[in-house]
Design a protein around this ligand. Sequence first.
Ligand code: SF4
Length: 386
Amino acid sequence: MGLRKGRLVTLDQVPQWTGVRDREAQAPIAPRRASRRVNVGRVAIGGGAPVSVQSMTTTKTDDWAATLDQVEQLAAAGCEIVRVSVPDQKAAAACKKIKSGATVPLVADIHFDHRFALAAIDAGWDKLRLNPGNIRDAQKVREVVRAAKAQSMPIRIGVNMGSLAPDIVQTLGRTPAGMVESARRHIRILEELDFFDTVVSLKAHDVRSTVLAYRMLATECDYPLHLGITEAGTLRTGTVKSSVGLGILLAEGIGDTIRVSLAADPIEEVPVCWEILKSLGLRERGAEITACPSCGRVQVDILKLADMVEKVTAEYRAPVKVAVMGCAVNGPGEASMADVGIAGGKGMGLIYRDGVKVRSLPEAELLDGLREEIEKVIAERYPGYR
Ligand code: SF4
């Protein structure tokens, strides 16, 4: 049924696919795709587990102290699974030391040489990222799969559009269909070895190909899917592309774990992942800030205040909702949907709790006043968090 131009409809006439009725009911945007569960150390992927956040170290892995330091920095930022490349013998030799100090599950990123996979398995790492078809010798693949299975260690097949097999490129091109065909080949190798603790990723540098590839594979299997746009770009462009691509898929219920790939400090990837998940209501972590963009009506420096509120609340784990609004146009309304809100006035501001005005303060005291109210809310409503 199409909507007729220029005519309002009632809520029960709104088609379900628009999501409007879902929002009304506070339901998830879409049901999550059913997937099998694998365990990466203490973090579950798939099978209804919360969508987890991943990133990857950029240090030289053989410098185990620097790598472990970065692993822990990522963990402190909220990264739940950290991938580390194991490209050579020196890196393989560092696996045990890195594992002994890490507080989050570790994924060994392996290409071509099965010995490095065996070293990571031997060191007790938690998952392999490895494309079995790239290890040409079937006996070596069997050896790795047997060892991974013995330790209940999952394997992620990581297909990238840039590294498809030549015959796939020739027949299907560097296309979503080509990526899916590549995934099928690697999956078949593992399944023939009776291995099913598999996670799959299908990454392209562009949103369209990535979305189409994941949609295709999502209907063919129940393996959990690791989402990412590969080589997405610098902090700004990579954040936008990843948010659009991962956002489309997650909103369709596709995706069990995510990584945002930025040409930047990897620590920057973690909050972007969290903001994507928080914005879709899939996870909660830390403050959720609503802030107005300011306009000609504003009479306090609301942009500076919003920036400072974000910095002050960055350390909070509690999912406290804070609204920072420039004036009375939308201020009280947004404040009513937040735990704590602020609406600017002439050189001053009003502070609200659950939409009820509790204080009026001069501009210079607004940040401190807001912080006091947020801390009170956290103590009352989210006592386990901080
Ligand atoms: S809340 Fe007020 S100041 Fe902020 S954008 Fe809206 S109208 Fe402008």
